[in-house]
Design a protein. Structure first.
Length: 214
């Protein structure tokens, strides 16, 4: 049985419209890239909702299916301003700043199909030990998780090489949490995520067998 969501974090998750996302992925024959992009996002988001109360989850997206599912679960959904990843994240940060000033906040990428609730809890717990933290991806160059004890002081600098930029103002953490640190942007990363075990939406789209005991 899953543990109840009790985290004090507010978590901001930007999700690109599935019709435009994951352009570097080459899905198997018969699988639409948009369906795979949507599945990856939904697997990520539903894990977040296992860990964080829906009222503390802010999803920034223009994807209708993501919006519908997250609103049904009670999460806050904001429109993507359409100027790229950092402005989308900034919109979520502004929402937390207005509604819950001074509270801890995290930015989590929405492309972590192998993520589990346990690894997300462990990642957030590690981040809680320092005022500002950045968790790089498995390659060590990108950022999968960015946190600050004061949401108003979060400054997103995502994009190529973002881990180094975030490291200027945040403590770099490299926990042994491969499911948290495997973001899927290309075919190699997708293979790595599948080898770890992906969530039900991604598994279904890729027509993979269910994990043992699932």
């Amino acid at each position: 049985m899953n543990s109840p969501a009790t985290s004090t974090w507010h978590v901001i998750v930007p999700v690109k419209h599935s019709a435009h996302g994951k352009s570097r992925l080459h899905p198997p024959p018969g699988v639409r890239r948009s369906d795979l992009a949507l599945a990856i996002a939904l697997d990520t988001l539903h894990v977040v909702l296992e860990v964080v109360e829906p009222a503390q989850v802010i999803v920034v997206t223009e994807d209708a299916e993501v919006r519908l599912q997250m609103q049904d679960r009670g999460a806050h959904v904001l429109p993507d301003p359409g100027r790229g990843l950092n402005p989308a994240i900034a919109a979520g940060i502004d929402r937390v700043r207005r509604e819950a000033a001074g509270t801890p906040a995290a930015v989590l990428l929405g492309d972590l199909p192998a993520l589990t609730a346990d690894e997300l809890r462990d990642g957030l717990a590690a981040c809680a030990a320092t005022e500002a933290a950045v968790v790089p991806d498995r390659d060590g160059t990108g950022t999968v998780l960015l946190t600050h004890h004061d949401a108003g002081r979060l400054v997103p600098r995502f994009g190529t090489g973002s881990a180094a930029r975030h490291a200027r103002t945040a403590t770099v953490l490299q926990p042994e949490l491969p499911r948290l640190r495997t973001d899927v942007d290309d075919d190699k990363a997708l293979r790595e995520a599948v080898s770890l075990g992906v969530g039900p939406w991604t598994r279904r789209v890729l027509d993979l067998p269910a994990a043992a005991g699932a």
